[in-house]
Design a protein around this ligand. Structure first.
Ligand SMILES: [Zn+2]
Length: 136
């Protein structure tokens, strides 16, 4: 290999196409949704918010959808050399380009229309002990 390697920069904003530097990208990270391990990224130019999943040296653009619980669907994978993350109980530590930021953990409330939760309610028709029935 010869010659200088072109520096990899984060992809531009999906909404307004504003370019990101490493610094700007790191500063645009908002918070960390620990349950699905997704970070919100808010464009400083147009305020568009997107969901990204961070990993070592790369990240994935995508979206969060609900199917019982929340899931992340990755759409576009981007290489971002130097990216490192470390999740803690209260925050996510993100390192990029020699800088680190600590993102607050965000845990949105669970959806109220959870069928499992509704089913789990005990039916108090009897005072007996056979409220839970089992069939083989
Ligand atoms: Zn934008």
């Amino acid at each position: 290999m010869s010659g200088p390697v072109a520096p990899v920069t984060p992809p531009p904003c999906w909404q307004c196409c504003a370019p990101f530097t490493f610094d700007a990208w790191l500063d645009a990270l908002v918070d960390w949704w620990a349950a699905v391990n997704v970070v919100r990224l808010a464009c400083p130019a147009c305020s568009a918010v997107e969901d990204v999943a961070l990993e070592t040296d790369a990240f994935e653009r995508g979206y969060v959808y609900a199917a019982g619980t929340a899931h992340f669907a990755g759409m576009e994978r981007h290489s971002l050399p130097g990216l490192a993350i470390r999740g803690c109980a209260t925050h996510l530590e993100v390192t990029l380009g020699g800088r680190s930021r600590s993102l607050p953990r965000r845990d949105p409330p669970k959806t109220v229309t959870d069928p499992a939760a509704a089913e789990a309610k005990p039916v108090s028709s009897r005072s007996g002990r056979s409220t839970r029935r089992r069939r083989a």
